[in-house]
Each structure stands twice: as structure tokens, then as C-alpha cells.
Design a protein around this ligand. Structure first.
Ligand SMILES: [Zn+2]
Length: 281
């Protein structure tokens, strides 16, 4: 896949330049002459102009991850993803909420609609204290049923964690591995996708899970059900965490497609972009 953000940018800039130049010349030419001889410049599409500004604000790694393409196609895909977001529960954080080492939630945040997971026919639960946002719980059940049809039983080991639970988890890993190593694999309280109630750790929560049929199935099919691998191999400098083959976040099917098509399949890049898009005028 060719990361030709540059080509995309050149295209956008060429549009910008094509539209901007006549405007500049207009200033220095007699007004009447301009009206008779100069072509009327096409107005710059404000969304293309905004896209340009947002892309310029992204990190170099993110820019490089965005493949060459038609900005209008990109914007149409973005619009689809944002339209779907409008149907998310309005009394809770968006499923697209950017949370990472620098974007946090408060200590008292907990999902509005948490559902306790119970033993069921769709997947195995490894603990009795598991819970997810309702939309994520429904999507997990659907994915579990699909896996079963392929002869795979998914096992769910960790789901929603409160701020306090995350604090205990992080402190535990610091005591086992030391601070530096713990930071690579465990989130500080307030920065974990698990506090959003939309993330699941599958299997034994170890690298060896990658060798299991369950993990292989997830890698091949999770996005068909809206689940995205959060911390892929080779992106620790981007996500803040080392490869976690067991950790998936529910973001919805359309966002998974958007991530795959325009962000080199890196969830962090997509959410950084969406966050920047929302915060740019
Ligand atoms: Zn996790």
C-alpha cells in the first residue's frame, strides 16, 4: 500500500493554489478589467480546505500512513463514519473517543449503559465480574456466534475496568515488572480503553495467544463485527503500548473499514484524525 499522503496533499494544495491564485491577482488588477476578462475562480470547498488543515496538524507518522487517494472519497467515507456516530448513545462517550497516554477520562467516569456478562452460548467468560457497554456487549455476542459457526469459541478474560481497578492493575504490574516495563503494557488509571467499557482482552492475555485459533480468527474476522486491534505490532511509539494481540476495542464496522482503507489499519491514527477533525473549526 503506498502511503502517498504527499500525493493527497499535493492534490489538495493544487486545488487550493488553483483557487487561490486568481483571487490574489484580482487584488492587483483593475476591478472592471477583472470582471470582463478574468475567469471567476471556483470557490474552495471548505471541507477540502479543512481536510488540508487537519492533515497538516497530524504527526508525520500519521501522514505517512494515509494512502494516496481522492480527497472527496476520503471525505465521503469520513462523513459515513460520523453519521453513524450520531446513532451512538448520546448520554455516554462516543465509541470513537480518543483515549491514550495523553487523552484521559476522569476518575469517576463509567459507561452509562454497562451490562454484566454472564455465561452464555456465544463465548466463554473467564471471570464472573465482566461487563461491557451494551453496544459492545451486543457486538461481542454477534462476533462470538460467528466464530462458533467457524468452529471457534472465543474466551473473554477482561472487559470494563473502573478507574480504581485500573489503578490496582497498573500498580500490580509495576510491582511485578517495574515502572518502565509496566508502562508498555498496562495503562495508568484514567487512560485505559478498558475504562470506556468497549475493550476486551481475549484468551490468556499473553503473546502466546497469537498462536491460537481464536486469535487467528479474530485477526481475520473481528473487523467484520466492528472490533479493532488496538495495539498492533511495530507501533509502540504511536499507541504507547507494545503489541497486545489479545486486546480489541469495539468501534463499529464502518470505523473499522475507515481505519483499514485510510489509516493503514491503525486505530490510533484514525482516532487522532477524528479528534483533530472535531476540534478544528
Ligand atoms: Zn486490554
Amino acid at each position: 500500500m503506498k502511503r502517498i499522503f504527499i500525493v493527497l496533499l499535493i492534490f489538495i494544495l493544487s486545488l487550493f493554489t488553483a483557487c487561490a491564485k486568481p483571487k490574489q491577482s484580482k487584488v492587483s488588477v483593475e476591478p472592471q478589467a477583472v470582471q470582463e476578462t478574468a475567469p471567476v475562480p471556483a470557490p474552495l470547498d471548505p471541507k477540502i480546505e479543512k481536510l488540508n488543515r487537519v492533515l497538516m496538524s497530524m504527526t508525520d507518522r500519521c501522514k505517512e500512513a494515509i494512502p494516496n487517494g481522492d480527497p472527496n472519497e476520503f471525505l465521503a467515507d469520513l462523513e459515513k463514519v460520523l453519521q453513524i456516530e450520531k446513532a451512538f448513545p448520546s448520554d455516554d462517550l462516543s465509541l470513537y473517543y480518543l483515549i491514550d497516554k495523553t487523552h484521559k477520562v476522569s476518575a469517576d467516569y463509567e459507561p452509562t449503559h454497562l451490562r454484566k456478562l454472564v455465561q452464555n452460548n456465544d463465548y466463554i467468560i473467564n471471570k464472573s465480574t465482566l461487563a461491557l457497554r451494551e453496544d459492545a456487549a451486543d457486538a461481542l455476542a454477534e462476533m462470538g456466534r460467528a466464530a462458533k459457526r467457524d468452529g471457534i469459541t472465543l474466551d473473554v478474560s477482561s472487559t470494563y475496568r473502573s478507574y480504581e481497578t485500573q489503578e490496582r492493575t497498573f500498580n500490580y504490574w509495576v510491582s511485578v515488572d517495574g515502572l518502565e516495563e509496566a508502562e508498555r503494557e498496562s495503562a495508568r488509571p484514567g487512560t485505559s480503553q478498558h475504562q470506556l467499557g468497549a475493550a476486551v482482552d481475549f484468551g490468556n492475555i499473553e503473546d502466546s495467544y497469537a498462536l491460537t485459533d481464536g486469535c487467528k480468527w479474530l485477526n481475520a474476522h473481528s473487523q467484520e463485527y466492528g472490533w479493532s486491534l488496538s495495539f498492533p505490532q511495530g507501533y509502540e511509539d504511536i499507541t504507547g503500548y507494545r503489541w497486545e494481540c489479545w486486546h480489541f476495542r469495539y468501534i463499529g464496522i464502518e470505523a473499522c473499514k475507515f481505519q483499514k482503507k485510510w489509516f493503514s489499519d491503525i486505530q490510533q491514527f484514525m482516532f487522532e484524525f477524528i479528534d483533530a477533525w472535531k476540534n478544528m473549526d
